[in-house]
Write a protein that binds this ligand. Sequence first.
Ligand SMILES: C[C@H](O)[C@H](O)[C@H]1CNC2=NC(N)=NC(=O)C2=N1
Length: 97
Amino acid sequence: MAQVLEDKDVDTALESLDGWSRSGTAISRTIALPTFPGAIALVSAVAEVAEERNHHPDIDIRWRKVTFMCSTHSEGGITQLDLNLARAINDLAAKHG
Ligand SMILES: C[C@H](O)[C@H](O)[C@H]1CNC2=NC(N)=NC(=O)C2=N1
């Protein structure tokens, strides 16, 4: 199972994860889409990837702003699974932006 990462390793990884920052025991990013359906389309695309990986973000949807929060709940912190999911979310956001 993935281990909780050292703070310094998370900080290094965040340098190459555009828009993501530490939020307690998670990393998060808020993305603004052009429309509410566009926000839901991005959420749906992320849901597919999360389901494939069996690693799911917490998601807050407010009109066309979506906040993704990634943490490995079973480990109580940030693991490589979260960094990988954040990168996948950025790739999907680039397609949906
Ligand atoms: C039973 C299932 O494999 C687990 O509950 C998975 C599901 N998705 C998950 N997602 C996240 N972010 N953290 C987990 O610990 C986790 N565990």
